[in-house]
Design a protein. Structure first.
Length: 89
């Protein structure tokens, strides 16, 4: 159902709120609303659409590295692996 719900929200909403992509949210705010054609001036926009997804991706990478015992950005995690190794018969 999201495939049917999000396009109308993006098309008919006066803000960039329904956009799920940082670039789409910024372009929608800069070019789709009003006639000023300037980038958003509030810091909240950049935090929500750019900083938070990047920090979340790094946190997810580190969490999976600890769980699986892999390297993250070429560095071995000091903790882990938490995942039990499977025995091969």
């Amino acid at each position: 159902w999201p495939a049917f719900a999000f396009p109308p929200l993006i098309d008919f909403s006066p803000t960039a709120g329904p956009a799920m992509n940082p670039m789409l949210g910024t372009c929608w705010d800069a070019f789709g609303v009003g006639h000023s054609f300037e980038f958003p001036s509030d810091n909240e926009h950049y935090f929500v659409y750019w900083l938070a997804p990047c920090v979340s991706a790094i946190l997810a990478s580190v969490s999976y590295g600890i769980y699986n015992g892999d390297r993250v950005f070429g560095t071995k995690m000091p903790v882990g692996p938490l995942k039990k190794k499977m025995k091969v018969a």
